[in-house]
Design a protein around this ligand. Structure first.
Ligand code: PBG
Length: 323
């Protein structure tokens, strides 16, 4: 016997390494976020997110062809409304931008899984995720509107609704409303554990959803807390969630792992805008190898326990994995 172990034996060749590889990222794991805007022939790059665009509905045909050619099988839709009002009316309007987008997807590519972000922050002038009264984001009144948003998305044909508001009781409220309207088979992907994070900065530019006063700390979670994440997730499971999401991902890999160990629902990780923009900026400066860094990051998210990764890199990854 040698006095030490030879771990390097299993690293001798590429084929040997792939034989013992424990985790892989495939295009099937990825959900691609899309921002929809009103108007025609719009395809405008978000300045803080190179490679991410605001798309008008008529541009979806080309977009869907690209997704199909890359074998990307799921998307999550966000919308920028024509006008904002206190009740966030466009969020649940039959001809709202997201509702139009869902119908377009279902018309052109019924197979692609269409998830929708259910929230109010893009749709009201104060930019908060609920109804504001005396400078406080109210909980229970907000639930009624969120439920209306989810039902309107389901009516338009959404395959999954994904509430990102962080109000208490929203999963229960959405489940009830969906069931009452005949959508008992529409799954809910809960942004169960969503932290009040500075990593959402570029998204708020992209979605025009910056809070106009204060911050989101009375509803999104404190980044310092792990045990609270378990309470949040347990509530959502009890209320009927079908998926649990952790957001952001990169600084919260321990939370992903903890949820994976404690709950048996599929775990999703949101590789958020700030995580995307940091890598894009460093890569544009030639400071890092973008492809290697992205694949390593997503591998880390999977290894931590996520089954699904929502990422703006989905198309890039699909191309790299193909090539
Ligand atoms: C809306 C919402 C946000 C994100 C997804 N849904 C922003 C926020 O809560 O401020 C962030 C996504 C990203 O940063 O990529 N509530």
């Amino acid at each position: 016997m040698e006095p030490f172990q030879r771990h390097r034996r299993l690293r001798n060749t590429a084929n040997l390494r792939s034989l013992v590889r424990e985790t892989i990222v495939t295009v099937d794991d990825l959900m691609y976020p899309i921002f929809l805007v009103h108007g025609e022939k719009q395809k405008n790059e978000v300045p803080s997110m190179p490679g991410v665009f605001h798309l008008s509905i008529d541009m979806l045909e080309q977009e869907i062809q690209e997704l199909e050619s890359l074998a990307i099988k799921s998307v999550i839709l966000f919308g920028l409304p024509k006008t904002k009002d206190e009740l966030s009316s466009e969020a649940y309007a039959e001809d709202g931008i997201v509702q139009q987008g869902i119908r377009k997807f279902k018309e052109l590519s019924p197979e692609i899984v269409v998830a929708t972000d259910v929230c109010l922050c893009q749709y009201n002038p104060l930019g908060h995720c609920g109804i504001v009264e005396n400078s406080y984001v109210t909980n229970d009144k907000t639930l009624e509107l969120l439920a209306k948003v989810a039902v309107s998305h389901a009516k338009a044909g959404a395959d999954i609704v994904a509430p990102s508001d962080m109000m208490d009781g929203r999963i229960y409220a959405l489940r009830q409303a969906l069931n009452e309207n005949g959508f008992e088979n529409t799954p809910i992907m809960s942004y169960a554990v969503k932290y009040a994070s500075a990593f959402y900065g570029p998204f708020r530019d992209a979605a025009d959803s910056k809070p106009q006063f204060g911050d989101r700390k009375t509803y999104q979670m404190d980044p310092a807390n792990l045990r609270e994440a378990l309470r949040e997730a347990a509530s959502d499971v009890a209320e009927g969630a079908d998926f649990l999401m952790v957001k952001p991902a990169l600084a919260y890999l321990d939370i992903i792992r903890e949820l994976k160990m404690n709950f048996d629902l599929p775990i999703a990780a949101y590789n958020v805008s700030g995580e995307y923009s940091m890598i894009k900026a460093a890569a544009q400066n030639g400071w890092i190898d973008e492809q290697a860094v992205v694949l390593e990051m997503l591998l880390g998210m999977k290894r931590a326990g996520s089954d699904i990764i929502l990422t703006y890199f989905a198309k890039d990854v699909a191309r790299w994995l193909k090539g």
